[in-house]
Design a protein around this ligand. Structure first.
Ligand code: FMN
Length: 212
């Protein structure tokens, strides 16, 4: 039975760069015909810490209307995009905390056999983005999700810096925006993910059981 792609774009962002990339993924997935939910994971930092950093405070206020991610979003989706800033070479604790709450869905096989992809950012061009993406992919492997990395399947990947693992942005001190090249690669990666999600979801019976 043919099924439409339903993509959950779940991200954490302190100062807005990851949020912009998440929106570009949304655009790309929609261009491939997907229904998309963009969701932010809950903030864990104390309000006074957020308030002490003008860029963090401004983004927290600007994105207050983005719905908070819930396990129902993962259950609903047949494809996932996860994105995070790099924190000492790994994903942010805020995203990890959300992923760590997925046990009940994992135990029922509700995360397996679904398409998944990831993006990451850091201050420096080589500040650990790939490690952050792989820290997200490790969780996807435990879920039994199918990792849909972009590889070198489109010119936009080269233009954005050439990461075959997933979009990597850099946010040098003082920057407020990701580049158009990064946004274009994110749109491409989002559309690719949606196409894979649709193929997998439409052939679920051929894939066999989603849990032991
Ligand atoms: C605790 C902490 C750790 C960080 N670790 C790294 C790092 O390992 N490498 C790096 O280049 N940038 C690092 N950064 C910078 C962030 O990755 C960067 O500000 C972020 O990607 C911006 O994304 P956002 O605007 O979506 O929050 C760190 C920032 C914080 C607050």
């Amino acid at each position: 039975m043919s099924e439409k792609a339903r993509i959950a774009v779940v991200y954490y962002s302190s100062t807005g760069h990851s949020y912009q990339v998440a929106r570009a993924f949304e655009e790309g997935a929609k261009s491939a015909g997907a229904e998309v939910r963009v969701r932010r994971v809950p903030e864990l930092a104390p309000a006074e810490v957020v308030a002490s950093n003008p860029a963090w405070k401004a983004h927290a206020e600007a994105s207050a209307g983005v719905p908070i991610a819930a396990l129902d979003d993962l259950d609903w989706a047949n494809g996932f995009v996860f994105g995070s800033p790099t924190r000492y070479g790994c994903m942010a604790a805020q995203l990890k905390q959300f992923l760590d709450s997925s046990g009940p869905l994992w135990a029922q096989g509700k995360l397996a056999n679904k398409a998944a992809t990831a993006f990451a950012g850091a201050m420096n061009p080589h500040g650990g983005q790939v490690n952050t993406i792989n820290s997200i992919y490790a969780v996807m492997q435990h879920w039994g999700a199918l990792i849909v990395a972009p590889g070198y399947t489109d010119q936009s990947i080269y233009a954005a810096g050439g990461s075959p693992y997933g979009v990597c942005y850099s946010a040098p001190y003082g920057s407020t925006k990701v580049s158009e090249e990064v946004a274009a690669a994110a749109r491409y990666q989002g559309a690719r993910l949606a196409r894979f999600a649709e193929v997998l979801a439409s052939n679920r019976e051929k894939l066999g059981p989603a849990h032991a």
